[in-house]
Design a protein around this ligand. Structure first.
Ligand code: MF3
Ligand code: CO
Length: 247
């Protein structure tokens, strides 16, 4: 069941989302070669708690960190640890902040120093996939139009769309209905109502879309070991378009 938000709820969501937005920018300013993924997580923890918010990921189904830090072949849910970031890596940082009863959620993929042309293109196209996904999106749009557009753009660029993870609704819970796949058939799915708040998060792979989860139960890597990228924003559906809350 999709829980459509009131304007009052949306103004609270905006505060959580502003923290996510600012935290992602802060990480972007500080992330660099030589840092461990754990150090990236510490930046996130300090930033979010410093804004009197709670990192929603910490303890979520036992998740042991404040952010997901996913390097190269890691698609999503990379657990921060001892891995040292190197020049040429692409690193997705995904984080959620909880404040006043509402969650905000966003992710960016950062390039560490100079990266290969293929990785650079993958990061760019993944970000473009998000913007393709929201193109023309407004009240009344069928849900799977989003995924249709994301998939068209990814595949037109020779990349593939991860199937086993999706975007989602958000609000008082970090994951609410609906599930927002990054693939789909145009003109299908529920028609989105104004006031619906969703996270649109293309996860795009340079090779095949198959993933495997490591023994830690979280870390999702591409089955073929090729790179993947991730880009996410929380958006509100409006009568005449969308409002992006984490940008
Ligand atoms: N931010 C992630 C999402 O987009 C959620 C991961 S938090 C974790 O859904 F705890 F599950 F890792
Ligand atoms: Co999300």
């Amino acid at each position: 069941m999709i829980r459509v938000k009131t304007e009052e709820e949306i103004s609270l969501l905006k505060e959580s989302c502003a923290i996510v937005r600012d935290c992602l920018a802060f990480v972007g300013e500080h992330i660099r070669a030589g840092m461990t993924t754990k150090e990236v997580d510490t930046l996130v923890y300090e930033f979010i708690t410093g804004r009197d918010a709670v990192p929603s990921c910490l303890g979520y189904y036992g998740y042991p960190a404040s952010a997901c830090v996913s390097v190269n072949e890691v698609v999503v849910h990379g657990i921060p640890g001892d891995r040292v970031l190197e020049e040429g890596d692409i690193v997705s940082v995904d984080l959620c902040a909880y404040k006043n009863g509402f969650h905000g959620d966003g992710a960016r993929t950062f390039c560490i120093g100079k990266v290969s042309p293929e990785r650079e293109k993958l990061v760019r196209v993944t970000e473009e996939c998000f913007f393709q996904g929201i193109e023309g999106l407004k009240a009344g749009t069928p849900l799977y139009d989003i995924g249709y557009r994301v998939q068209q753009h990814a595949e037109a660029n020779g990349f593939s769309v991860i199937r086993s993870y999706t975007g989602h609704g958000i609000g008082r819970e970090m994951h609410e209905d609906p599930s927002v796949p990054n693939y789909g058939r145009r003109g299908t799915g529920v028609r989105l109502e104004a006031g619906t708040v969703i996270c649109i998060e293309p996860m795009i792979a340079a090779g095949g879309y198959r993933v495997r989860v490591l023994g830690d139960g979280w870390t999702a890597v591409t089955a073929d070991g090729k790179s993947a990228a991730h880009y996410e924003n929380t958006v509100v559906i409006r009568e005449d378009g969308v409002e992006i809350l984490t940008l």
